[in-house]
Design a protein around this ligand. Structure first.
Ligand SMILES: NC(=O)c1ccc[n+]([C@@H]2O[C@H](COP(=O)([O-])OP(=O)(O)OC[C@H]3O[C@@H](n4cnc5c(N)ncnc54)[C@H](OP(=O)(O)O)[C@@H]3O)[C@@H](O)[C@H]2O)c1
Length: 258
């Protein structure tokens, strides 16, 4: 019995050590575009881990609904109505963040991004500018604005929500792909440039996730709209097969000597 008690106590001590290791209590975060999709999930995850989170979106009603829901769950989340494609609104957002989070920001999640799916020759100059501003310029500027607060926190972290489309070629959406490719490069440059300020920079590249951004594809194309998925899976399978072949060649040559 005593043994069982001590192993129970050990298990609970291990659980609380694990909990402490994954806790974000005392940390602050800004998640752009947190009312729907990936940003919404990120806000909930960070808040559930104990962080104080600020988020933003363009639709006041949706933002209010989310904030009420989060308050009901006991999460510490504040929010601003802001169109991130407008420079002055980004500056105003950062002032609100500084005030809501007492001038301390540990985490910046650059999540806002959108897409217009067309063939390259069909894009207008306005669409080019809209996608570049929303996906790339806004994230770049948010990093510049957040830098003093991230640096002051002594332990800063930037995460860009990029896309597989920034790594491999898909059938449409060349402007979106270019913005995500640029985000991937920006991630590497900032990781080097701002490491001295104790700011880590990473990006996450999701494949299709069922959110409002891609619901049109699911609604109108069903699984046919995802034929690119199979192209990527084929690519991954080829890479795996090449790696297996290399390992086998290496092992065969190793076996030859011994
Ligand atoms: N879903 C996917 O399959 C997928 C795959 C790869 C990468 N991603 C990337 O993941 C990120 C999030 O995508 P998602 O699918 O979650 O998108 P989503 O469902 O469309 O949600 C976008 C969120 O951002 C807000 N937002 C959009 N434009 C904004 C602007 N100009 N200013 C302020 N807020 C804005 C939206 O609220 P309002 O509309 O009210 O402003 C909403 O809260 C994007 O960068 C996207 O490129 C998504």
């Amino acid at each position: 019995m005593a043994e069982a008690d001590s192993s129970g106590a050990e298990a609970s001590a291990a659980a609380s050590r694990r909990q402490a290791r994954w806790s974000l209590r005392g940390m602050t975060a800004l998640v752009t575009g947190g009312t729907r999709g990936i940003g919404h999930a990120v806000v909930e995850e960070l808040a559930a881990l104990g962080a104080a989170v600020h988020t933003c979106s363009r639709k006041e009603g949706e933002l209010k609904e989310c904030l009420e829901k989060w308050a009901g769950l006991g999460f510490h989340v504040t929010g601003s109505v802001c169109d991130l494609s407008v420079r002055e609104q980004r500056e105003a957002l950062m002032r609100e963040v500084a005030s809501a989070l007492d001038g301390k920001l540990n985490i910046l999640i650059n999540n806002v991004g959108t897409n217009i799916r067309k063939q390259t020759v069909e894009y207008s100059a306005e669409e080019y500018s809209f996608l570049m501003t929303t996906n790339l310029e806004s994230a770049y500027h948010m990093c510049q604005l957040a830098h003093p607060l991230l640096k002051a926190s002594g332990m800063g972290s930037i995460v860009f929500i990029s896309s597989v489309a920034g790594v491999v070629a898909l059938n449409s959406g060349t402007i979106y792909a270019a913005t995500k490719g640029a985000i991937n490069q920006l991630t590497k440059n900032l990781a080097c440039e701002w490491a001295k300020d104790n700011i880590r920079t990473n990006s996450v590249s999701p494949w299709y996730i069922k959110t409002s951004l891609v619901e049109e594809i699911y609604l109108h194309c069903g699984t046919h709209g995802l034929t690119d998925l199979y192209r990527v899976l084929l690519l991954l399978r080829s890479i795996c097969m090449c790696m297996c072949a290399c390992i086998r060649t290496f092992l065969d040559s190793y076996a030859y000597y011994y």
